[in-house]
Ligand binder design. Structure first.
Ligand SMILES: [Zn+2]
Length: 278
């Protein structure tokens, strides 16, 4: 996933931070996570946890609402619900109805990776997206009632965080949409990059990894430090690259975290019936 390559590129820069701060369940460096929480809405802590996972398709003013993208996002949502539910023995995410909410953005696609909204350049794409997506949807960080996964049909600029998840919110760039429909990965300068082009299942798995971060799951012990005991094939490390859905897995500690949190519920026949016919 993009956050994995970010980890490699940014490892030396964030090593001291990681050494001195409590680890957060995030694909972002701690300082970036904290900057986002300072900049955007945090849900009231009094909210009850009904835990709906909301998949949102954001299309810029110069890009059409594409039905193939909307259906691909729905496919990812249903695949991840099934996968998490199988891993958790019948407990899984509850999806919204309809499963995918489509929302028009106010600016052309090029805006989101180029406009300076203040703050760190690393977070321009995220902050430009969230400055519109949050008021348009009612999203908030750390909301036990809702987890949000935003698919933005726009590129992040070079050096900017593109796809990632933390604290109840995931943001995905155009490459995750392209990947879901089998299109070539585009580098930050728009150049096609066949070496980062993978089958759709890798992208669904990557979205499951970032959703895991949004749900509060960390990387497995030792992985961020490059230790040999790293659980390499877990979803929350590199298992989604080639192992989704069949051979990657949630670790036992991840399952305990999810079952103790607000974002998974027991599946019911009603829920399955209802969502299966949308
Ligand atoms: Zn990660």
């Amino acid at each position: 996933m993009t956050d994995y390559s970010m980890w490699i590129l940014g490892r030396s820069a964030i090593a001291s931070l990681l050494a001195t701060q409590v680890a957060v369940a995030s694909s972002l460096p701690n300082w970036a996570n904290e900057e986002l929480r300072r900049t955007h809405v945090i849900a009231p802590s009094s909210r009850a946890g009904t835990g709906i996972t909301r998949f949102v398709y954001l299309y810029p003013s110069d890009r059409p609402l594409r039905q193939d993208y909307r259906l691909a996002i729905q496919w990812s949502a249903e695949s991840l619900r099934s996968w998490y539910t199988a891993q958790l023995g019948g407990f899984g995410p509850t999806l919204s109805s309809p499963i995918v909410q489509s929302v028009a953005l106010d600016h052309p696609a090029s805006f989101y990776g180029t406009n300076n909204p203040g703050g760190s350049a690393y977070l321009y794409f995220w902050n430009n997206v969230l400055n519109e997506a949050i008021p348009k949807t009612g999203a908030a960080f750390l909301d036990p009632e809702n987890a949000w996964i935003f698919f933005v049909d726009a590129p992040a600029g070079c050096g900017q965080l593109s796809g990632g998840g933390t604290s109840g919110i995931v943001v995905m760039s155009h490459n995750d949409l392209r990947g879901l429909v089998g299109n070539t990965f585009l580098d930050c300068d728009g150049t096609p990059n066949p070496s980062l082009t993978f089958p759709p299942q890798r992208w669904i798995g990557g979205q499951g990894h970032e959703l895991g971060h949004a749900y509060g799951l960390p990387h497995p012990p030792g992985c961020d430090d490059g230790l040999p005991n790293c659980d390499y094939n877990a979803l929350m490390w590199a298992g989604f690259y080639t192992g989704f859905p069949s051979s990657t897995y949630l670790r036992a500690d991840d399952k305990l975290t999810l079952m103790a949190g607000p974002y998974v519920q027991a599946s019911t026949l009603d829920a399955i019936f209802h969502s299966g016919f949308e």
